[in-house]
Design a binder for this molecule. Structure first.
Ligand code: BTN
Length: 264
């Protein structure tokens, strides 16, 4: 089966994403970087850029996101805060839930989310999300939000370079094209950010979480901590009880499960 990314096939896969301005590229440095350039020239709310390959795919915390040709979904959504019902700070959470709903609908495997936005299937990371914002230089307010989603669909395990091979995996869905997956993720994402139901979103996010109730480790301002992840609050922050007994709320960063190594 050929699985080319084709704009018309994405559009015909969902009747709920007709408001979207969709751009499909064969190759790009990074869809997040590309869409940021577009945004400087007044690109509309709900622009979606998808590439078949990225040469400089970016992850969180300055990492690279491996983005080989033809086997993944590398896409970025541009949203304008003025048009959003949902608080922009919850867009990462919303995108994570949208990807998990999509995985549930196309695969027998159950996805889990490692706070804040790494999605795992069968113990391997299949998806990462990188949200970035742009600020209007005159008013100082955020005028563009970019949500980048990278999903390994059929990337073979032996193609991931170096240590990534131990961590990353792919979805290998049966009978589903990348076009259908893209359409479903965007449909679910839109239905969440057009809704006001934060409680339902957080509840769903918590159900997908693989960190709640677990021992975690993380660093904050260069200091190492361990504790138990107890809750995710209505702002999407992770609430942890530290070994010292103190309760702490984490807004961003990265946690590791158990006593693995950790990075902020
Ligand atoms: C992470 O795992 O730390 C986040 C990875 C985000 C990757 C996506 S792929 C599409 C978009 N363009 C990028 O350069 N990064 C995001």
């Amino acid at each position: 089966m050929t699985d080319a990314i084709i704009k018309e096939e994405i559009i015909s896969s969902s009747d709920k994403i007709s408001s979207y301005n969709i751009i499909v590229l064969k190759i790009v440095n990074s869809t997040n970087s590309y869409i940021k350039e577009l945004a400087k020239n007044n690109t509309p709310h709900e622009t979606l850029v998808i590439a078949d390959k990225q040469t400089e795919g970016r992850g969180r915390l300055g990492r690279d996101f491996f983005s080989p040709e033809g086997t993944g979904i590398y896409m970025s959504v541009l949203l304008k805060p003025d048009y959003l019902t949902l608080d922009p700070s919850l867009l990462t959470v919303a995108a994570g839930v949208a990807v998990c709903r999509t995985i549930n609908s196309i695969s027998k495997n159950t996805p889990t989310i490692k706070w804040v936005n790494d999605i795992f299937v069968g113990g391997k990371k299949v998806c990462g999300i990188l949200a970035e914002s742009m600020t209007d230089s005159t008013s100082g307010t955020i005028n563009n939000i970019i949500v980048g989603i990278g999903l390994n669909v059929t990337t073979p395990s032996d193609v991931f370079p170096g240590k990534l091979g131990d961590i990353a995996g792919s979805l290998f869905p049966e009978n589903t094209t990348r076009n259908e997956i893209i359409a479903k993720i965007i449909e679910e994402f839109k239905s969440i950010y057009d809704s006001k139901d934060v409680e339902k979103l957080i509840e769903e996010y918590k159900n997908y979480s693989c960190v709640l109730g677990k021992k975690i480790s993380f660093t904050k301002n260069g200091e190492a901590f361990t504790g138990i992840a107890n809750d995710i609050n209505m702002d999407g922050n992770l609430i942890a009880e530290l070994d010292s007994g103190e309760t702490i709320s984490l807004k961003s960063g990265e946690v590791s499960l158990g006593s693995e190594n950790f990075v902020e």
